[in-house]
Design a protein around this ligand. Structure first.
Ligand SMILES: Cc1cc2nc3c(=O)[nH]c(=O)nc-3n(C[C@H](O)[C@H](O)[C@H](O)COP(=O)(O)OP(=O)(O)OC[C@H]3O[C@@H](n4cnc5c(N)ncnc54)[C@H](O)[C@@H]3O)c2cc1C
Length: 236
């Protein structure tokens, strides 16, 4: 585990209500594995307040570490929303076993909304390190405007071993190839990922979403050993 006092170096608005925050990494021993999370403590009204976040950056990115948060009405969120480069934070980590396997494998990532953060870290890592994983991502959002990291995912999907499919639950648009209407279901998984029995499944997002995705995947008859979950407590 590492623990350091540091400062924010960059804030990036990804979408209205979703921001990425970066801390410097260059020359520091901040080791982590793609898909893990860390703790960020900031001072609010003279009191320290901590939340945990998945890394949304890849460990192969040596300049910075990044997390990405959905901005809510909480005191923590409101403070983060107004944070400027130079503001101080205590960061500690890494933790979590929502990580890539050690050996070559077929993988399926299924997530919704803000649950994309650890998956983005893992897919970036697979790309940068040219790892021999065959990756399929099914990503669920309300509509195209809600897709976090849309540009980055489009670039990742140009990799021959990374396929990305979007599910839009409230879209009135005519959908381009690679986009599906409605929620992710076990039938959709069977259709898009015919070799699903050979894959390790990674499910991430708010608790209600992971629960419902977990049910769909369990109904496919996969053993619990083939299913990894990252549940973002603090959301509904
Ligand atoms: C493994 C993991 C990874 C996560 N990754 C992300 C991510 O990448 N992006 C993202 O937006 N969110 C992530 N979360 C959720 C995040 O930690 C916050 O809970 C969430 O952002 C809601 O915080 P808030 O400030 O909006 O609301 P708040 O009102 O501050 O929090 C909502 C509720 O969760 C509780 N809570 C929040 N954080 C903690 C904590 N650290 N310990 C105990 N209770 C807590 C609060 O007490 C409150 O009851 C992750 C959670 C987990 C468990």
């Amino acid at each position: 585990m590492w623990q350091i006092e540091t400062q924010f170096i960059e804030v990036i608005e990804r979408l209205p209500g979703v921001k990425s925050f970066r801390f410097p990494r260059k020359g520091l021993n901040l080791r982590y594995r793609a898909g893990q999370y860390f703790y960020v403590t900031i001072i609010i009204d003279s009191e320290p307040m901590v939340h945990h976040f998945s890394f949304s950056s890849s460990p192969s990115e040596k300049q910075y570490i990044e997390f990405t948060k959905r901005i809510t009405g909480s005191a923590y969120s409101r403070t983060l929303d107004n944070i400027k480069p130079g503001a101080r934070a205590l960061i500690e980590g890494p933790e979590g076993g929502f990580t890539l396997p050690i050996t070559k494998h077929k993988l399926a990532f299924i997530c919704g909304g803000i649950g994309i953060t650890p998956v983005k870290s893992m897919l970036d890592y697979v790309k940068h390190k040219r790892l021999p994983f065959d990756c399929v991502l099914l990503y669920s959002n309300l509509n195209p405007e809600n897709i976090i990291f849309k540009k980055e995912l489009d670039i990742l999907s140009r990799n021959p071993n990374i396929s990305i499919y979007h599910f839009l639950s409230s879209s009135s648009f005519s959908l381009p190839p690679g986009y599906y209407d409605g929620l992710i279901s076990k039938d959709a998984i069977k259709l898009i990922i015919p070799d699903y029995t050979e894959r390790i499944f990674y499910l991430s997002g708010p608790p209600s979403m992971v629960k419902s995705l977990g049910l769909q995947v369990a109904q496919l008859g996969l053993s619990s050993k083939s299913i990894k979950m990252d549940i973002f407590t603090g959301y509904k």
